[in-house]
Write a protein that binds this ligand. Structure first.
Ligand SMILES: [Fe+2]
Length: 389
């Protein structure tokens, strides 16, 4: 009889990485020759960040700047950017901004490479396949640390007027390269740093307690969670150092790599209606349920939680939930949540909307709607006990 070994596993992420202060300097030389499109926001232009980036890259010539990125990229806006830009035949796209800038460039890299008759909306609705042509090479330069979008094959696009959100997933959405300089995140304020840091922490933990996890993703998710757990402890001593910003950026990158394979799980799935109905920022909406979700998953521990707890918080698996709670209290999550949702228990009524396929079902321990509602009631009861500053 054959000896029993671990199951077959795989990992693939094609994004070429450069990380560290100054890592984008001179990199214009690495771009393919020809016209370039910089995808960013008006705010980044106004604050002089775009000028600074172009100087860093070492070539301020030959750039077209699209500064119309909005928080939730719309299908209609992406189609009109395509119509306006297609004739320019860009050799490269560079995104510079948060997750929305990166997502906008990901979708444009496909649209600008696709035949004119490719209909994005029809593709998102599952009616037409992805065109069999390569996307325009996309180089991502993130300026926030949270989504890890620079290394994932996913993008979120919206049709807000119809109340629709599409999760776009394709290996063709992977950027060609990502250049991560923590110095580009120094303008990110405290509340955005808390929310984006919690997004990274949440993505790492959800990748760890995920049915798609393997030894490789567990390794990177564990290091990611350890980095964000430590870096977030510095929030009360705001402003944080460049070293802490570098830790948050690495945490975000590694969590992105981990979820590029595993995808996220229940905390993300439960967060979407919380954000939609109460305006709670994404990372906060994911992060506030983490300790309860850990307790829930601990019941089906297959041996992965002791090393995770040790590496992240230096405690045993039975103490890890309390360590997460202590972090949430320390960085002001109870007060922040109360400012959006004075009564946290109301979240339970949205449980039927919280089972996003491809997210919730990745959770290590299966959860149905009544169990999700109970989890949210438990979170509310626990938050009621937390000390407030
Ligand atoms: Fe996220």
């Amino acid at each position: 009889m054959a000896e029993q070994t671990s199951p077959v596993w795989a990992f693939h992420n094609p994004v070429a990485l450069r990380f560290g202060v100054g890592c984008a300097r001179g990199q214009a030389a690495a771009l393919p020759p020809g016209p370039r499109l910089l995808v960013t926001t008006r705010g980044m232009v106004k604050r002089g960040m775009v000028q600074r980036l172009l100087a860093d890259l070492g070539n301020a010539e030959g750039w077209e700047i699209l500064d119309a990125v909005t928080t939730n990229p719309e299908v209609s806006a992406l189609e009109s950017h395509r119509a306006a830009l297609k004739a320019k035949k860009f050799a490269a796209l560079v995104s510079f901004g948060g997750g929305s800038a990166v997502d906008t460039a990901k979708v444009l890299s496909i649209l600008l490479g696709a035949p004119d008759d490719f209909d994005l909306r029809a593709h998102l609705e599952g009616k037409v396949p992805m065109p069999d042509v390569p996307p325009v090479p996309h180089y991502a330069i993130p300026t926030t640390s949270g989504t890890g979008a620079e290394v994932t094959p996913f993008a979120t696009v919206w049709a807000t007027a119809e109340g629709k959100k599409f999760s776009f997933a394709s290996p063709r959405l992977f950027p060609k390269a990502a250049w991560l300089d923590p110095d580009y995140t120094t303008e990110v304020d405290r509340s955005v740093t808390v929310s984006t840091g919690l997004d990274a922490f949440s993505q790492a933990l959800e990748s760890a307690w995920n049915r798609n996890a393997n030894p490789y993703t567990l390794m990177i998710a564990t290091r990611s969670a350890a980095l964000s757990y430590r870096a977030l402890q510095s929030i009360p001593a705001w402003p944080i150092s460049l070293q802490t910003r570098a830790e948050l950026m690495e945490a975000s990158l590694l969590a992105g790599l981990a979820i590029s394979h595993t995808r996220t799980a229940l905390a993300h799935s439960m967060s979407y209606p919380i954000t939609a109905h109460y305006g709670v920022p994404h990372g906060l909406a994911c992060g506030y349920t983490l300790s309860e979700l850990y307790r829930y998953n601990l019941a089906v521990d297959d041996g992965r939680f002791e090393p995770l707890a040790r590496a992240v918080a230096g405690c045993g698996r039975e103490q890890f939930a309390d360590a997460i709670d202590a972090l949430l209290v320390k960085i002001g999550v109870p007060e922040l949540m109360a400012s959006y949702m004075p009564d946290l228990a109301v979240a339970a009524k949205h449980a039927p909307e919280m089972f996003t396929k491809g997210r919730a079902d990745n959770n290590l321990r299966a959860a149905d709607v009544p169990e999700i509602a109970q989890l949210l009631k438990d979170v509310a009861a626990r938050f009621a006990q937390f000390p407030r500053s």
